[in-house]
Design a binder for this molecule. Structure first.
Ligand SMILES: Nc1nc2c(ncn2[C@@H]2O[C@H](COP(=O)(O)OP(=O)(O)OP(=O)(O)O)[C@@H](O)[C@H]2O)c(=O)[nH]1
Ligand SMILES: [Zn+2]
Length: 368
């Protein structure tokens, strides 16, 4: 077999293993590497996540000369480190390292937990972003890994994964969701229920659908529920997720038939650890939106395309949607699902979630 043919066969095998796209494997490997504190490269630029770095790893990464620091635009704006060169407030920011900007100082830049307690050192010098797409891709990858969006950038080392920026931007959208398993799942008070689990080639979570009742020709009542460990499992009073989940199942049952999609979008897709960091900031007085921005994220990072793919797989392109969030309606419509009606899904507030609900109404456009 010639070399060309051999590499063709190898590529086909990789494509088969990754469920369609060879690069999905590199993205998965990179997410794993970042969590373990291993450096990766995107378009040949070295990246080491600050959160999982340590002195030895940073010394290795810096061995060819001091690396710089990469922060998200929102984190940089919080720190008042405007990017003088880009002049776009939301663009990522690259900061020049000097010897005093060590791991501890870099951690203070990355992690807002100490913002109020420790005044920032400085002065910081921002550099032109030589490669915007690499920065965007790196920050997206950190979020997919559930890490703080902040890196040492431009160092050298034995990279655990080599990626191309467009492949990172294409990853994690769950375009190829398939039904992996389905079974009858009688619930307390709702016995006519079936659970359907989905898997995709590059999605990190396993989304599930609960089908309740029997199709009767009308568009189903559908609820898109984003995972909330604290609310769904522990009954946290900080949000309204637990009561919303229970009430959605009741409403669907009463409607005769419908579907609840349980989407693995913990913390509006910033991950559990980052959501708990947001809670820590909320204890300091910041609201839900500002807490996310201080961490370096958008206030809502969710992508509802997977929900549309699940509904398609279930044969439902017209739905009645149970939500107060107009973004969910718009996102489903943009993905080709017709929302024939929005059905409000309001819960009674408690003393702990009053501010959370007010922020949803006043800053996130929820119709409460
Ligand atoms: N980042 C962050 N996520 C939160 C916070 N509180 C709840 N969440 C997450 O928010 C998601 C629930 O979404 P919400 O934005 O509260 O409500 P919604 O689903 O958009 O709107 P409705 O359909 O009207 O209920 C879940 O993934 C929760 O884990 C918080 O303070 N910070
Ligand atoms: Zn919640």
């Amino acid at each position: 077999m010639g070399a060309a043919l051999r590499s063709c066969a190898a590529r086909d095998r990789v494509r088969h293993l990754s469920g369609g796209r060879p690069d999905a494997r590199d993205v998965a490997r990179a997410i794993d590497a970042l969590r373990r504190g291993w450096p990766i490269s995107i378009d040949s630029i070295g990246l080491l996540a600050i959160e999982t770095s340590d002195e030895a790893r940073l010394a290795d990464f810096d061995s060819g000369g001091l690396s710089d620091i990469l922060l998200s635009g929102n984190r940089a704006a919080t720190l008042k480190l405007v990017n003088q060169i880009e002049a776009v407030p939301t663009a990522p920011v690259r900061i020049e390292r000097s010897p005093w900007l060590d791991l501890a100082a870099a951690t203070a830049l990355a992690d807002p937990a100490l913002d109020l307690a420790t005044p920032l050192k400085g002065p910081f010098k921002t550099l032109p972003l030589s490669n915007g797409p690499v920065a965007e891709a790196a920050l997206r990858l950190a979020r997919l890994a559930g890490l703080l969006p902040a890196y040492f950038v431009g160092g050298s080392g034995d990279f655990a994964a080599h990626l191309a920026a467009p492949d990172v931007m294409a990853a994690g959208h769950a375009r190829d969701l398939r039904i992996a398993a389905r079974a009858r799942l009688p619930l307390e008070g709702i016995e006519r229920s079936e659970i359907v689990a989905f898997r995709g080639d590059d999605d990190t979570g396993e989304h599930v659908a609960l089908l309740i009742g029997a199709p009767d020709g009308r568009p189903p009542l559908v609820r898109l529920h984003s995972e909330c460990l604290t609310g769904d499992v522990f009954g946290s009073l900080k949000c309204d997720c637990g009561p919303q989940l229970a009430a959605a199942l009741q409403s669907i049952d009463q409607a005769g038939w419908g579907i609840l999609l349980y989407l693995r979008q913990e913390g509006r897709s910033i991950g559990l650890v980052n959501k708990l960091r947001a809670y820590e900031l909320q204890d300091q007085g910041f609201d839900t939106v500002d807490a996310n921005l201080r961490l370096g994220f958008q206030d809502d990072e969710r992508d509802f395309a997977p929900a549309a793919r699940m509904l398609e797989r279930l044969g439902q392109r017209r739905v009645r949607l149970l939500t107060n969030n107009p973004r969910k309606v718009a996102a489903l419509q943009a993905e080709g699902i017709e929302v024939v009606e929005r059905v409000p899904h309001r819960m009674v507030a408690n003393p702990h979630n009053q501010r959370y609900l007010a922020t949803k109404r006043d800053r996130s456009g929820h119709q409460l």
